[in-house]
Write a protein that binds this ligand. Structure first.
Ligand SMILES: Cc1cc2nc3c(=O)[nH]c(=O)nc-3n(C[C@H](O)[C@H](O)[C@H](O)COP(=O)(O)O)c2cc1C
Length: 366
């Protein structure tokens, strides 16, 4: 695999960790019901297509082929009967698919060739089952939120803009939000690879913390590698906090954060924004399809941040548009050992009164 074929250089990138967000939603929703989720990591893309009838080229418009990412199994009880992919495939093959996919667009004016190239390069073959990681406690932090999980899930929205003059985010809330991203608890109990995403945090407005750049290695074994790969100017001063947080430098990072995130003020007007930086080259060289898992892990973290922000009385927004080369320059990363994959921001939202949130299925209510 060519070293940099996946990343068009000098362009803002728009990323797609959505599957990770969906997995997070699924895991939290299952937990609320006392259920669990299992990722069926063994199946290859070809098998998934066959299983879901997506391999029927005649029934799909050429430019609108669909592909499935991952198969999940929902367990409603504790007994987990072993999963048999071949039996499932055989059963599916006994049926007859009917119907044609409805076209979304009459014409496709622009073909995103790089997306097809990436999809092909990262196709997943059938593999051994990857078992979820054993969770070991990393940070013991309890939320003071009095709302139920269901209330938090239902009220979650993305902030459209933030109040740059709001009260500072309480230090305890900041730690609670970040501690929830550590891979020692739900939803990371479904995650089948060691954590490979680390957080670089632009702290703007947090009580008791100097504004500046901070780092949260989500796997502390990787601390020396992160230190060696990043700027020599970073001091890596351990913060006295219930999680492995390090200050790298003190500075007003608002302009930098905004510029890096495609000039979006949501990255600078918040209490903090962050870059999710993945252990990249080693991971994709081991197996190209792990590339997709890196994004999904980022999406899972994003979903945790969305909900934890709500629980802390603030709000989050995913940031998929940012200039990755410039992010790397600021962090001092000068090869592909690490790659920024997704950004996120959390703060006090400015409500847009033009937006209305209705309960799900409210249009069906009489
Ligand atoms: C992966 C991802 C990337 C996003 N990137 C941006 C972004 O760069 N700028 C922005 O204003 N909102 C961004 N958002 C927020 C979406 O616009 C928002 O989630 C969407 O409009 C749905 O609204 P909701 O989150 O309130 O349900 C992103 C969301 C996700 C999940």
């Amino acid at each position: 695999m060519s070293k940099n074929f996946l990343w068009p250089k000098n362009e803002g990138i728009v990323v797609v960790p959505h599957i990770g967000h969906a997995l997070g939603c699924l895991r939290y929703a299952a937990a609320v019901l006392g259920w669990t989720i299992e990722l069926i990591t063994e199946s290859g893309d070809g098998e998934l297509s066959e299983l879901l009838g997506l391999n029927r080229s005649e029934d799909f418009k050429a430019d609108e082929r669909e592909s499935a990412d991952i198969l999940c199994r929902v367990h409603t009880e504790h007994s987990q009967q072993a999963y048999d992919l071949d039996a499932l495939m055989n059963a599916a093959n006994l049926g007859n698919w009917q119907g044609q996919a409805q076209p979304l667009n009459r014409y496709h004016l622009y073909k995103w060739q790089v997306i097809d190239e990436v999809a092909k390069a990262t196709e997943k073959p059938r593999t051994e089952t990857l078992k979820p990681q054993i969770l070991t406690p990393l940070a013991n932090y309890q939320s003071a939120c009095q709302k139920t999980a269901t209330q938090i899930i239902r009220q979650r929205r993305s902030a459209q803009s933030f109040n740059p003059n709001a009260t500072l985010l309480a230090e305890q809330d900041f730690y609670q939000i970040l501690a929830a991203t550590l891979p020692d608890k739900l939803p990371f109990d479904i995650w089948p690879l060691p954590s490979k995403i680390h957080l670089f945090i632009f702290v703007h407005r947090v009580e008791g913390l100097e504004p500046g750049l901070y780092a949260l290695p989500r796997n502390t074994e990787k601390l020396p590698v992160l230190q060696a790969a990043t700027s020599e100017k970073f001091v890596w001063q351990a913060i006295s906090a219930p999680l492995p947080l390090y200050k790298l430098l003190s500075a007003n990072c608002r302009n930098a954060a905004k510029t890096l995130s495609c000039h979006q003020a949501i990255a600078s007007d918040s209490a903090f924004s962050l870059a999710m930086v993945a252990e990249f080259s080693e991971t994709v060289e081991a197996a190209a399809w792990h590339y997709r898992y890196l994004f999904w892990e980022a999406g899972l973290i994003g979903q945790v941040l969305y909900l934890q922000a709500e629980a802390a009385g603030v709000r989050g927004t995913g940031i998929g548009c940012y200039f990755d080369d410039s992010v790397h320059e600021i962090l001092g990363l000068n090869d592909e050992t690490f790659q920024s994959l997704y950004h996120f921001t959390v703060g006090t939202p400015l409500e847009d009164s033009r937006l209305q949130t209705l309960p799900a299925y409210s249009h069906l209510e009489k």
